[in-house]
Design a protein around this ligand. Structure first.
Ligand code: GDP
Ligand code: IMO
Ligand code: MG
Length: 452
């Protein structure tokens, strides 16, 4: 038996959509396993490889890497119908059916049923993705949810199915949704899930434990972001799971001693989808915000909603660092800042006339924070192809920030100074290859088109 190699964790350091999918895809060639450990299809992780764009919601971003095993882990809530669409899309693209051969669904993961989606559609406060995430986690916490492991037993117990269906129906009635769940519908759904995924449902925690003890490399893929964490984020405008490093091992079903490097992914600015406080948000009439939205294509990968845009928020990043202890940063979308006259970075806030550097606990207070900015000179816009060429040249020459325009390089250095966290790579375009990698760092390996 080989020695254990620590697992790597990659997390969103902001309010989601930082570019986690791209970073995980870039690292996956060096890993045997990519594992989602929380959340569900509220996530939308984009991978761009040449002319191919993949939008993954539940399948880990190791999918385009043929030797990478994929786990939908214990801590997830999984919509089996959405998963089928993701698998069909992949099959249409490549002919591969990974389920049961290299894609495994944890027996312990909870199932998102039509009931959960219906219940979530009543949300008027948080601005959820409407995918049933909160209601599915609520059922899990109430200990009435259905896990993949439970299906077979339930199908032999018609009383239990009836009780679940009538509980769901009365909960829908209580919030005024005119839809009832029949026992027959629930039974049909569960039978379909078992038929569709039978071989792929597996004891994934044990599989990962064995893989780690055999010296295989494991990548743990966070969804959402630190500021959306149920315990540590801008509650109640958060998602319903623990998005943090501490849950990466637990949600994957392995012990915390396996966790090694933890990378935080942050844009060079900030975006947020849905409701909730956002201190550095740029007012919609301000051309800088419009620039970020347009050049950054800031529309939700899952719902298509426009993302709110704002400047980089160092106090929020430090909050994410406090909780996660990042060993490195993946800085994304630096290219999107090109073409702005000036670039702001929030270095603190004022609240009730007093300077503060920590995010307050209550969402109402976060909303009242007035950001304190430092302003940096902008740099010129160039085309997406020119950024890609810059990244490729830098890979060939093993150069680092000197490949960038001076004003862009200073932004990276300043973010390192302010956060005290080393930047491991800098994203300068959506393509897998559009990244500058720190020589000798975790991303310093060939980023090519692979089979695409
Ligand atoms: P995730 O949820 O963290 O995986 O991020 P999303 O996929 O939801 O959103 C990130 C968006 O930015 C996607 O459209 C990516 O293709 C794109 N993207 C990622 N990194 C970069 C980058 O460095 N530059 C640019 N211009 N786009 C990027
Ligand atoms: P990825 O993994 C951005 C937001 C929703 C809403 C709040 C709660 O792509 O970064 P939920 O449906 O989870 O109950 O919604 O969280 N949200 C995300 N925002 N990226 C995501 O995932 C998100 N997942 C949830 O917009 O504000
Ligand atoms: Mg996303």
């Amino acid at each position: 038996m080989k020695g254990t190699v620590p697992a790597t964790v990659i997390l969103g350091a902001q309010w989601g959509d930082e570019g986690k999918g791209k970073a995980i895809d870039q690292l996956a060639s060096r890993y045997g396993w990519a594992v989602r450990f929380q959340g569900g299809n509220n996530a939308g992780h984009t991978i761009v490889i040449g002319d191919t764009t993949l939008k993954l919601h539940q399948i880990p971003s190791g999918l385009p890497t043929p030797h990478c095993n994929l786990v939908l882990g214990d801590g997830m809530v999984i919509d089996p119908w959405v998963l089928e669409k993701e698998l069909d899309a992949w099959n249409a693209l490549t002919g591969e059916k990974p389920e049961g051969s290299r894609l495994f669904i944890s027996e312990r993961a909870s199932i998102i049923l039509p009931f959960h989606r219906l219940y979530d559609s009543a949300d008027k406060v948080v601005g959820t993705t409407g995918r049933g995430i909160g209601p599915a986690y609520r059922d899990r916490i109430e200990r009435v949810g259905i896990r993949f492991a439970d299906i077979e037993g339930l199908l032999e117990n018609s009383q239990s199915i009836s009780a679940s269906a009538s509980r769901m129906s009365s909960q829908l009635a209580a919030i005024g949704i005119d839809h009832r769940i029949s026992a027959q519908d629930l039974e049909n759904d569960l039978r379909w899930i078992l038929d569709r995924y039978g071989d792929a449902i597996a004891p994934t925690g044990h599989m990962l434990d064995i893989a780690l003890r055999n010296g295989e490399q494991v990548l743990l893929e966070g969804a959402q972001g630190a500021m959306l964490d149920i315990d540590q984020g801008t509650y109640p405008f958060v998602t319903s799971s623990v998005t943090s490093r501490a849950n990466a091992s637990h949600g994957a079903g392995i012990h915390p001693g396996h966790i090694g490097p933890c990378l935080g992914v942050t844009k060079a600015y900030t975006t947020r989808v849905g409701n909730g406080p956002f201190p550095t948000e740029i007012p919609s009439e301000d051309p800088s915000g419009q620039h970020l939205a347009k050049v950054g294509h800031e529309f939700g990968t899952t719902t298509g909603r426009p993302r709110r845009t704002g400047w980089l928020d160092i106090p929020a990043l430090m909050e994410a660092h406090r909780v996660n202890g990042f060993s490195g940063l993946v800085l994304t979308k630096l290219d999107v800042l090109a073409g702005l006259d000036e670039i702001k970075i929030c270095i603190g806030y004022e609240l009730d006339g007093r300077p503060i550097t920590m995010l307050p606990v209550r969402a109402e207070d976060v909303a009242r924070c007035i950001p304190v900015y430092e302003t940096h000179p902008g740099f010129e816009a160039i085309s997406e192809d020119e950024w890609l060429a810059m990244a490729q040249k830098s890979h060939e020459e093993k150069s680092w920030l000197e490949a960038l325009p001076d004003a862009a390089a200073s932004i990276v250095t300043r973010i390192e100074e302010l956060s005290g966290i080393e930047v491991q790579c800098v994203g300068i375009g959506p393509d897998r290859r559009s990244t500058l990698s720190k020589p000798g760092g975790m991303f310093d390996h060939p980023l090519n088109l692979g089979n695409f």
